[in-house]
Design a protein around this ligand. Sequence first.
Ligand code: GDP
Ligand code: MN
Length: 413
Amino acid sequence: MNIHEYQAKELLREEGLPVLRGKPAFCVEEAVAAWEELAAPEELAAPLVVVKAQIHAGGRGAGYFKSDAGKGEAGKGGAGKGGVRLCRSQDEVRQAAESMLGHVLVTKQTGKGGKLVSRLYIEEGAAIERELYLSLLVDRSKASVAVIASASGGMDIEEVALKTPERIVQTHIGVDGFKAWQARKIAFALGLQKEKNSVKEFARLLQKLVVLFRKRDVALVEINPLVVRPDGTLLVMDAKMTFDDNALFRQQDLESLRDEGEEEPSEREANAVGLSYIKLEGDIACMVNGAGLAMATMDIVQHFGGEPANFLDVGGGADKERVETAFGIILKDKAVKAILVNIFGGIMRCDVIAEGIVAAAQSLDVHVPLVVRLQGTNFEQGKEILARSQLNLTTAETLSEAAQKAVAAARQH
Ligand code: GDP
Ligand code: MN
């Protein structure tokens, strides 16, 4: 689960990390009202706030609004037209809020479609000396948490990794925890010894981040930029946070931070009835029981030249209704050109699946070719049910036969 920048900053603030004052705004008036409260930070000569579009995607500063497309260059911060704007008067806040709320922001991470902005974060302005990069994430290949940092913060970290990998430092948290010397080593790699007390402050900040990471079952926390202020102190200027979905049962207060407007509607519908569904880019829908079999099915579809439209595990205890719901979700995806049903009947009985398929076909318009492979418990009854229904479908004995038939059907459709 992802959360917004302003929510992540709230969690970081609670843990004692340095975050600026700010207010979320859901309408223009709230944004304008925030100016009064936030506009006069002591270190700045002139009043300044930053209006930031809240979407679950980065690259906002360098992004552009669809409604502004063609009206000059998309800017980065400053007077630009992106999703992060520095405002020097209440009027500028109003203008920024009006041009962001209800408009679609396109960034490197949103894809061409962009994302609708319906929340803003208004933050007090701050002076910047340097911008650093810091993130913690679960590194599965090392079975531990990786700490990644760079002195080239603020910008696209993927590009830094590609062009100047030597500017990125990495370390892992050991089984015996994170050590102070590890934090200091990173601080030196970031050049923080140049500033008074910054090494110490960085080490403390990083330790707190590690604590939060563990406590909250975080999968990723990314601070880009982590700012060094002119007085050498540090500041979290942007924050992205992702939580491990499998641990949410023990982090129930985080549920209230979920923004359903940011989630794929089909994935939400599926989760509500206990289906594991993830939408993908291809055109062959897969309906499978068991995550392993679902992965194998997707691999074989690809092996025969097809592209899966989704990952869908109907689960071990699926009933007729769940199968029907699964069909409904699959059929709503306009990209689907064929459906491949691959069921291994263990606890799940093939006749139940067959009944679900028939029920779905009767209540829904199955407008694409359907290839069904049933094996295991009660597969004969299942096949009989399908044959009796006189549904227009293709059956297959083996998985590779089923995959080949689905790929061929999708090509012709
Ligand atoms: P992102 O583009 O989605 O990653 O959004 P960020 O929150 O990282 O903002 C992009 C850039 O805007 C930052 O790297 C900063 O350079 C700039 N920025 C954001 N807030 C402030 C601020 O308070 N003062 C100044 N001077 N620049 C800011
Ligand atoms: Mn950023």
